[in-house]
Design a protein around this ligand. Structure first.
Ligand SMILES: *Cc1c(COP(=O)(O)O)cnc(C)c1O
Length: 365
């Protein structure tokens, strides 16, 4: 605290990302990075952009990243004016809070969800209400549908709705028709679907953006495209929603994506074979890990993501996380109501997951 701090800064509770330890030989299963490298074509594109003398880095990048918008639009059957790109999906989400979710009524999101959402609310002065997940940690769409929408709707008038799908940190997937119900029941609110993990087993809501002018779908290259270090995310929605995001972006930073990020992201998005192979391996390993943990007595929530959320009925989660850490394996533990007995474990390679299971077996013995 300092007398130089503005009132806004005094009141902030910043997000704390998972640790990026600088320790060698660690098995890092705490921040949902992909265990496989990015597409070699992405790396080649970045090398080519650097060139021999890096002369191009002398020049500003394209402020609109048109090549990337075109690549995303081609991949999803959209038009470039339905695409917004940003410096990681966290930045895209931040702009969405300011551009589309800040209204008089509070916004809604699940009580157990991405813990950055309340942080953005604090930063931008957005009022919010959390909606409890069901006991099985699923989202009930009726909770987001004011009566008049779904017949069973218990929801309340709101300034917007946001949730990850699959949800984080639970990994549970909400069906597309439930998302359509929520969008239909809230025609005057934007519904932001944060699909950071959709490529590991879900069906994207992008087609809904053509039927509903209030649905914005947000993606990242950090997880399924193995490019967390490049910082690229995007949103797809009605051009009026995209224009709102552009207005905020162009009042904040003209060049959120650098030259290397633009060319690397284009090549990664165009390399479908690499993408499908990496996602497929993660899904196979996830299912094996789920079975192995169940055999050790863990309860594992059904996951459509590249992580699993699990608890052991007899063992304290914080102690398990600590014991794993002493054995050079890090997983994520959230000291939060309802989930403090859970561990969120990123799906690594088969070898990493087998090491995790072996250490857990030893710890539990
Ligand atoms: C990882 C994650 C993001 C952020 O991704 P970046 O593109 O790396 O900023 C957004 N939402 C959820 C739910 C995530 O888990």
């Amino acid at each position: 605290m300092s007398r130089f701090w503005s009132q806004v800064v005094r009141d902030l509770t910043p997000y704390v990302p998972g640790e990026q330890p600088k320790i060698a030989n660690l098995i890092k299963l705490n921040t949902n990075e992909n265990p496989y490298p990015p597409s070699p074509k992405a790396l080649a594109a970045i090398q080519a952009e650097l060139g021999d003398d890096a002369a191009r880095l002398r020049l500003y990048p394209d402020p609109n990243a048109d090549l990337l918008k075109q690549a995303v639009a081609r991949r999803y059957g959209a038009t470039p004016d339905q695409v917004f790109v940003g410096n990681g999906s966290d930045e895209v989400l931040a702009h969405a809070f300011q551009a589309l979710l800040k209204h008089d009524a509070p916004i809604l999101f699940p009580d157990i969800s991405y813990s950055f959402y309340p942080v953005y609310c604090g930063l931008y002065g957005v009022d919010y209400r959390t909606v409890p997940l069901a006991d099985d940690f699923s989202i009930d769409p009726a909770d987001y549908c004011p009566s008049g929408g779904l017949p069973s709707g218990r929801g309340q008038p709101n300034g917007g709705i946001i949730f990850p799908n699959p949800n984080a940190p639970t990994g549970r997937l909400l069906a597309l028709d439930a998302i359509a119900d929520i969008a239909r029941a809230n025609p005057d609110s934007v519904v932001v679907v944060d699909e950071a993990y959709i490529d590991f087993g879900g069906t994207t809501a992008i087609p809904l953006t053509r039927r509903f002018d209030n649905v914005l779908v947000v993606h990242t290259l950090s997880k399924s495209r193995s490019l967390a270090g490049l910082r690229v995310g995007y949103a797809i929605g009605h051009p009026a929603l995209i224009e709102a995001l552009e207005r905020v972006k162009n009042s904040f930073n003209s060049y959120p994506l650098d030259r290397l990020a633009i060319v690397g992201a284009v090549a990664a998005i165009e390399d479908d074979d690499w993408f499908a192979a990496c996602c497929g391996k993660v899904v196979t390993t996830r299912d094996a890990l789920t079975a192995d943990l169940a055999s050790l007595g863990f309860e594992v929530l059904p996951s459509a993501a590249n992580f699993i959320f699990a608890r052991h009925p007899q063992r304290d989660a914080a102690e398990l996380a600590k014991a794993l850490r002493e054995r050079s394996i890090i997983v994520r533990h959230f000291k939060l109501p309802r989930i403090e007995q859970f561990l969120r474990i990123t799906v690594g390679t088969d070898v990493e997951c087998q090491a995790l299971v072996a250490e857990l077996r030893a710890i539990l013995a």
